[in-house]
Design a protein around this ligand. Structure first.
Ligand SMILES: [Zn+2]
Length: 138
């Protein structure tokens, strides 16, 4: 029995090797799909069940994908996209305070996000990444 279990585990890890597996994007899509399925228990629409099924298929396809590099790029794009909203889920209080006290600007040269204190009038900002100086109202 134990040997049988070991064999099963090995064949799964063999199958998983060289494949993308679960990443942040995959987990997030999975959670959204589960939420939609739960909502659909109450509303029961064809569109929602079809859509959640498509999401589940996408999650499985991502995990099984052998093009790990392409999936990695998608994951990075996704993380970049959600990074401004993540603090609102983790620490809503801190995020609200942050928004009240700081303004987030973008470097006109390299696109780097720069945080400046609010209500300080006109500021001369130096980009920490590329050193570009620009003026901004806070
Ligand atoms: Zn810059």
């Amino acid at each position: 029995m134990a040997d049988e279990d070991k064999k099963k585990k090995r064949s799964l890890s063999d199958w998983m090797s060289g494949r993308n597996g679960a990443d942040a994007l995959g987990i997030c899509v999975f959670v959204v799909a589960v939420i939609l399925i739960i909502i659909n228990v109450f509303v029961r629409t064809f569109i929602l069940s079809g859509f959640s099924l498509l999401l589940m298929i996408y999650v499985c396809w991502r995990m099984a994908s052998r093009d790990v590099e392409a999936r990695e790029v998608e994951n990075v794009v996704f993380l970049d996209f959600v990074s401004p909203i993540v603090p609102w889920f983790r620490h809503p209080g801190t995020a609200a305070k942050e928004l009240k006290e700081y303004k987030h600007l973008q470097c006109p040269d390299c696109g780097q996000r720069v945080r400046v204190p609010r209500k300080k009038g006109k500021l001369r900002v130096t980009c920490p990444k590329c050193g570009t100086k620009f003026e901004a109202k806070s």
